[in-house]
Design a protein around this ligand. Structure first.
Ligand code: KG4
Ligand code: ZN
Length: 333
């Protein structure tokens, strides 16, 4: 079964063709990073306009790269939430138009489920159940993946997403956007124990996250040094901040896996590309007899392969949308 996936929830216009949910025939991503860089973050209206400009070409390229035509597709899967409403609408409208014109089924996909499904593409023998940490610019969830279409949230952020904190601290340090990869790179030259930033636990029995505290702690720390005219090493701050965030992500996720007696932890979302998170989670989990898996970085950040893969499993479970499908910016898992 060939699924055309379409993704436009934030600042990447993406289309991909995936066979039977797991085999990638094409993966086209038109990133808008350069466009939003000068604003220090994604500007929703600018994002929507760029999606409109490029979506047709991105879809054409995905078909060409897969060496197929529209007639070969079995269904069209599209992200309909969560995300920026104007951005989502572009992908949803394109998918609806194609579905109508080609008389092919339309499958609505939840963006976070898509992130999780990237692991099925990356690991051909992976089967549910397992526990997955989804950490991106908009979300930080610990999810129990019960089967291919049933997901249960075990913990979530009460305020900022992990990626959002990376982006904010990067901006404060004057590194640029998006912050995650820049902090990851600079932190390699710094000492993760230079400053002991807070590791927040909401309450004893909760796996929820809170990243606004560590964000504020870093900002206050820097302000204080600046007021006193003291110098600081940006690499040390980046490494210490990254250590605090990844410690919490690892501890809560491993606890979730232990609660579910899961021998596998999967990582997903843009923050899953973080080198320290991958290493730390692997070594901490291995000590507890748990294996850690993750997709290659290009399948961690936004892409349409993951949407096509999720679309395949949703299609098999009977999920369909009609021409009334709309974007749902705060769609729940
Ligand atoms: O999944 P994604 O592409 O978009 C959302 O759905 O939000 O995630 C983007 C987020 C950004 O906040 C970015 O800074 C973060 O993922 N990110 C990273 C790394 N690469 C991307 N965070 C930490 N370390 C990285 N290497
Ligand atoms: Zn995403």
């Amino acid at each position: 079964m060939l699924i055309l996936g379409i993704e436009s929830s934030c600042d990447e216009t993406a289309a991909a063709v995936v066979s039977n949910g797991r085999e990638v025939l094409s993966n086209v991503i038109n990133t808008q990073i350069a466009l939003h860089k000068k604003f220090g973050g994604v500007v929703p209206e600018v994002a929507s306009r760029r999606h409109i400009e490029v979506i047709d070409a991105v879809i054409d390229e995905a078909l060409a790269e897969a060496n197929i035509t529209f007639g070969d597709i079995d269904a069209i899967a599209v992200t309909y939430g969560p995300g920026l409403v104007g951005a989502l609408l572009v992908g949803v409208s394109a998918a609806k138009a194609l579905s109508f014109a080609l008389s092919k089924p339309l499958v609505p996909v939840h963006h976070i489920k898509g992130h999780i499904m990237a692991n099925f593409v990356a690991h051909k023998n992976l089967e549910p159940p397992f526990v997955c940490l989804v950490a991106s610019g908009g979300h930080s969830h610990i999810v129990s993946v019960n089967n291919y279409t049933s997901f249960e949230i075990m913990g979530r952020t009460r305020d900022d997403a992990a990626g959002e904190a990376f982006d904010k601290i990067s901006r404060v340090l004057g590194l640029g956007y998006p912050g995650g990869p820049l902090i990851d790179k600079l932190a390699k030259e710094g000492n993760p124990e230079a400053v002991n930033f807070p590791r927040v636990r909401m309450d004893k029995n909760s796996l929820d996250f809170s990243f606004s505290g560590v964000k504020t702690a870093v900002i206050n720390y820097l302000h204080k040094l600046e007021q006193n005219g003291e110098n600081y090493d940006k690499a040390d701050i980046a490494a210490s901040f990254q250590a605090a965030v990844t410690d919490v992500l690892c501890e809560h996720t491993i606890e979730a896996a232990q609660i579910r007696n899961s021998k596998i932890i999967a990582l997903a979302g843009g923050v899953a590309a973080n080198s320290v998170l991958r290493k730390k989670m692997t070594s901490m989990a291995n000590k507890n007899g748990i294996q850690v898996i993750y997709p290659e970085p290009v399948l961690c950040t936004d892409n349409a392969v993951m949407i096509a893969s999720a679309g395949y499993y949703e299609y098999r479970a009977g999920k369909r949308a009609d021409m009334t499908l709309n974007a749902v910016p705060s769609l729940q898992l």
